[in-house]
Design a protein around this ligand. Structure first.
Ligand SMILES: C[S@@+](CC[C@H](N)C(=O)[O-])C[C@H]1O[C@@H](n2cnc3c(N)ncnc32)[C@H](O)[C@@H]1O
Length: 244
């Protein structure tokens, strides 16, 4: 697949946005899509802008600055939910767009940010050309992917980033915990599952995909629930060689 310019990447996302469909395979994707459709409206009520604390905002700003400095292309917010962080990236001067598995999340993102392109899609098979992105944000969106599928997701991140492009990944951490909640945000029924892996595993996945971690921030949970999380800022080698 050929690389894309900033404009052609936007055009591809706009085309995809025009035909909103539900990604149904494999089964865990259907569960995530359906569950987030169910909780989306409550999610927006609870997190009208975003749930970032000051350090998270600082990481987002640092990500925006390195992406702008490298001038490698637009930024995709993958698992964008209602698009608050996509808009924050655009506010930092980036050519930002959002992708999410949940059609309802995408509807809400478009309603809140009609000036930005949003599309339904999955991080397991991004409908984006090779090497077209200057940056990719995955903010608390990878933990619903079973661990054995994560190498494929990180390979997609590597494939779609331009050489010199950056990934910012924010995620919950855990000691190989497999959570099967039955209710989510606001008590609505959900069937997604969550997989919390150690930070070292995330760092290794990033490295195995051919990206180099350039900064890492570890934070305790801001809501006091005792769950820690971390941000990883990584850069694709300027030669664009995957180590997988
Ligand atoms: C906890 S929300 C986070 C939303 C947003 N990034 C934020 O920080 O507010 C997780 C989001 O990731 C999306 N998601 C989960 N798995 C995905 C996948 N395979 N591809 C695309 N989006 C996915 C969900 O639909 C949901 O909107």
């Amino acid at each position: 697949m050929r690389g894309c310019s900033r404009l052609s990447c936007r055009a591809r996302l706009s085309e995809a946005a025009a035909s909103v469909g539900r990604v149904t395979e494999p089964a865990f994707l259907a569960a995530v899509s359906t569950s987030y459709d169910t909780v989306a409206d409550t999610y927006v009520e609870r997190f009208p802008v975003s749930r970032l604390g000051p350090l998270g905002h600082a990481m987002l700003r640092a990500f925006a600055e390195v992406v702008l400095a490298e001038r490698k292309g637009p930024v995709a917010d993958v698992g964008c939910g209602p698009g608050g962080l996509t808009a924050e990236l655009a506010g930092h001067g980036l050519d930002a767009s959002g992708i999410d598995l949940s059609p309802r999340m995408i509807e809400l993102a478009r309603a809140a940010h009609p000036e930005l392109p949003f599309a339904v899609g999955s991080m397991t098979a991004l409908d984006l050309p090779d090497g077209g992105l200057g940056g990719l944000l995955a903010h608390f969106s990878t933990h619903h992917t079973p661990p054995d599928q994560l190498p494929g997701v990180f390979a997609e991140f590597h494939r779609t980033l331009a050489p010199g492009g950056h990934l910012l990944l924010g995620t919950h951490l855990g000691q190989d915990e497999h959570l099967r909640p039955t209710v989510g945000y606001g008590g609505h029924p959900v069937s997604y599952e969550s997989y919390l892996v150690p930070g070292e595993r995330i760092a290794a996945l990033i490295d195995d995909a051919g990206l180099t971690v350039v900064a890492r921030l570890d934070e305790p949970s801001p809501d006091g629930a005792g769950r820690s999380f971390a941000y990883f800022l990584a850069r694709k080698d300027a030669r664009g060689v995957s180590r997988r």
